[in-house]
Design a protein around this ligand. Structure first.
Ligand code: SAM
Length: 260
């Protein structure tokens, strides 16, 4: 089968996304590094720096199966705590809680395995939860922060995921989304199109033995709303101070908003 440029029926989309990530879970790191030339690490650093994590925060990282974002949030909080302790400011240990929610147990297992490799297997701050971005199991106004990296493009109803993000955030809580986005600069756009439509599926075939899944990923980027349209959706959800930052000319964008 070829997913081509056909619209994928909604009920098939969730299943398809599930298959894609089951199939890519084991090759996930390698493919990410190859496709982005290692840049996804810097993009995730940037995302977390915009979150301004703090000790004692309750944070939710959705579609976070690999732990990539959660580990960065934890590192950032630990370094803030260390500095505060050195300055003699921290007296009590704050109860930081980081929830990693993903629909795919295989991806969560990738993250849990990596937590163990990093010596974080027993870490009480990290909670791995199987769940759907569109129907979160967390209580209203329970989170200080919400992140979603390279995940919202895959959910069936983006509006529902945004509404859920809004619901679970406390007043003053920050929404941040890192996503592959749209390149508009003419020559760069042509190069990028060539790269995405020719190089990435070929790389997928070569490295992961799976051309179709990567072709699907590329097509899902094209179907995703551009930066302005997505920012409007975030505003329509109720978020304020909505803004976005393009990285590498819009190859990726970080959207942010506050629940006030
Ligand atoms: N955030 C991680 C990162 O940046 O390395 C993983 C990104 S991966 C490209 C996309 C993830 O979204 C997969 O782990 C997939 O299982 C998850 N996902 C897809 N649809 C989802 C949904 N409706 N709810 C929660 N997670 C979902």
């Amino acid at each position: 089968t070829s997913f081509g440029f056909k619209e994928v029926p909604e009920e098939e989309k969730s299943k398809l996304v599930g298959n894609v990530f089951s199939s890519v879970a084991s090759n996930y790191d390698l493919m990410n590094d190859m496709m982005s030339a290692g840049l996804h690490r810097l993009w995730k650093d940037r995302l977390v720096s915009k979150l301004h994590p703090f000790p004692g925060m309750k944070h939710l990282d959705v579609a976070g199966g690999t732990g990539d974002v959660a580990f960065r949030v934890l590192e950032s909080i630990n370094s803030v705590s260390r500095r505060a302790m050195q300055d003699g400011l921290a007296e009590t240990e704050e109860e930081t809680q980081i929830y990693i929610c993903d629909i795919n147990p295989n991806m969560l297992n990738v993250g849990k395995k990596r937590a163990i490799e990093r010596g974080l297997g027993e870490n009480h701050c990290l909670h791995w939860i199987e769940g759907d971005a569109e129907a979160l199991t967390f209580e209203d106004e329970s989170m200080d922060g919400y992140t979603i990296a390279f995940g919202i493009r895959n959910v069936t109803h983006i509006e529902k995921a945004l509404a859920e993000a809004y619901r679970v955030l406390k007043r003053g809580g920050r929404f941040l989304c890192l996503e592959l986005s749209h390149v508009e600069l003419p020559i760069f756009k042509q190069l990028y199109d060539y790269y995405s439509f020719s190089v990435i599926p070929a790389m997928g075939e070569l490295v992961a033995g799976d051309r179709e899944s990567y072709q699907y990923l590329v097509e899902s980027i094209r179907r995703f709303p551009n930066q302005e349209a997505f920012a409007r959706m975030i505003v329509d959800t109720g978020f304020e101070k909505v803004e976005y930052e393009n990285l590498v000319g819009g190859v990726v964008a970080i959207q942010s908003g506050l629940k006030l």
